[in-house]
Design a protein around this ligand. Sequence first.
Ligand code: GDP
Ligand code: MG
Length: 162
Amino acid sequence: EMPIVALVGRPNVGKSTLFNRIASERIAIVEDTPGVTRDRIYTHAEWLGKQFRLIDTGGITLEETTLNQEIKSQAEIAIDEADVLVMVVDARVGVVKEDETVARILYQAKKPVILAVNKADNLEQRQDIYEFYSLGLGEPYPVSGVHGTGMGDLLDQIIKTF
Ligand code: GDP
Ligand code: MG
């Protein structure tokens, strides 16, 4: 059985961008209804010969819920489905209330959690990640989904947990 890794975090931190970058297949845009593009949520991925399944929990949308409830439900789905949780935060915004909500839920999961600080596009942003220790999830790993930097270190941490 392939391990399952879930990307979790509040909207707009870059989960889907990281998902596409980590995916080993070319991601096709799935169109269910004309004019409606849906996020693809599962993909196959591989790093250093280790294969895994990746889930973008942000692509799971729930109707009739508040944003806060949706963020909580996505974190709970991630905990249920995954072997490893990757919490994604935004280096440019810093720690916000919704990040603390997600972190609190993940903290209670008896599963490994890796903290990815996305949008760390330059050296200054890569060095300025210490505030993320306050989430209580251990070492923050700076990455840039757009530029691809830091992905090797993040993936090393992910496969170490298998
Ligand atoms: P999601 O809601 O967590 O899935 O976030 P998305 O992947 O849709 O990204 C939200 C926005 O952040 C988009 O405009 C992305 O282009 C942007 N973004 C994602 N990753 C990065 C990054 O590493 N650096 C910068 N500067 N922008 C990013
Ligand atoms: Mg998304």
